[in-house]
Write a protein of this length. Structure first.
Length: 376
């Protein structure tokens, strides 16, 4: 039997450059490479023309999100004869006509660090447990995420498959063109961060650490904080000004997907100082493109980076500053990190990542079990 796979593709939309979007694209790419029929469902805000060749894009009218999730989508799954459905989120259609596999990248939606919301978190925890226990399988990006899922949602660890996020084939060594340098304000040598500016990304500490880097090293490099997070950017820009960093810090905004490998590849280092990560895909992408990586010793980052980067205490600004300065000022150490980073990134093949997601979907379509509905 040829398994017909359905995927929630709403994250594939204009101006969205999230890890979930890339996860969806890589899974669809792996499925279509095997010749599996793949139905990708979006709403009117989606841009499903960006999907890999061979996928069937379906735009569904759905009104409010819960109606799309629980009425419009299940009807489409029945209509199209989908054998198994992949949700790239923790949520799922409860009345699906086929087995459902959910992906829980992290648990930020129920207990965001430093933001207590007791009633909201209690409701979301119950919903997450319901979705998880009604699913045939759960995917976590890392052992770190699996432990959190097991502990906080009360799920049997045997029902949670750890499958790392896959690297696209476009992530390989390169360098920015003059036009890209001008477009993103890179200047000459630069240190790069890429992602959102939410509190768990720990960027205020990064800015204070950057201010503590010895002036000769700092003056020779620009710190580029790339990402389309307009809401949190003003506070960071104000902090940079207060620290006297001025034009030494750039905020180029959103980076086009096509430009990402060049920006990573041209960086004197890539830094990811997060307090928490369910995976940490940018660090892996940066290693694949030939950038030495400095990352925090928090969340899943040690799993992803391994011994191929410099791991530091996320809350120790002096240690972070020392690591940044050492890598930027020591070409031999940076070159060694580049070699180890590329070797590490090469372990995250399509077969080990997105291909294993497709394997799980095919196995789930054949077996059709669901987790115990009587639990909790």
């Amino acid at each position: 039997m040829s398994v017909r796979i359905g995927v929630d593709g709403r994250e594939v939309r204009p101006g969205v450059r999230t890890g979930i979007r890339r996860y969806v694209v890589e899974v669809v790419r792996a499925a279509t490479a095997r010749g599996r029929p793949c139905m990708v469902y979006g709403d009117r805000a989606s841009a499903l023309d960006d999907l890999p060749a061979g996928a069937t894009a379906v735009t569904l009218d759905g009104g409010v999100t819960p109606w799309w999730d629980q009425v419009t989508l299940p009807a489409a799954l029945r209509r199209h004869g989908v054998n198994v459905f992949l949700s790239p989120y923790y949520k799922r259609p409860l009345a699906a006509s086929c087995p459902v596999v959910v992906t829980i990248h992290d648990l930020f939606f129920i207990g965001y660090p430093g933001r207590p919301r007791p009633l909201y978190d209690a409701v979301m925890t119950r919903l997450a447990r319901l979705y998880a226990r009604r699913s045939s399988a759960i995917i976590a990006d890392s052992e770190h995420s699996r432990r959190a899922i097991v502990q906080r949602l009360g799920i049997d660890a045997a029902h949670v498959a750890v499958i790392p996020v896959g690297l696209g084939p476009e992530f390989r060594p390169g360098a920015p063109t003059a036009a890209q340098r001008a477009r993103y304000g890179l200047g000459g040598a630069y240190a790069l961060y890429l992602g959102n500016f939410m509190p768990h990304k720990n960027l205020p500490r990064l800015l204070r650490a950057w201010a503590a880097v010895p002036l000769p090293v700092r003056a020779a490099h620009r710190l580029v904080l790339a990402g389309g997070d307009r809401a949190n950017r003003p506070a960071l820009a104000a902090l940079a000004a207060t620290l006297g960093l001025g034009d030494g810090v750039g905020f180029p905004g959103l980076v086009d997907d096509a430009d990402l490998p060049a920006l990573y590849g041209g960086a004197a280092l890539y830094v990811q100082p997060s307090l928490e990560e369910g995976f940490g895909l940018p660090a892996l992408e940066a290693m694949a493109c030939g950038a030495p990586v400095v990352a925090s010793r928090r969340g899943a980052l040690p799993e992803v980076v391994g011994d191929a980067g410099v791991l530091v205490d996320a809350e120790d600004e002096r240690a972070l500053a020392a690591s940044l300065a050492r890598v930027l000022a020591a070409p031999d150490e940076a070159a060694a990190l580049v070699r180890r980073g590329r070797a590490r990134a090469a372990e995250f093949t399509a077969e080990r990542t997105a291909g294993r997601v497709v394997d799980l979907l095919e196995a789930t379509a054949a077996v059709r079990p669901a987790l115990s509905r009587s639990a909790g």
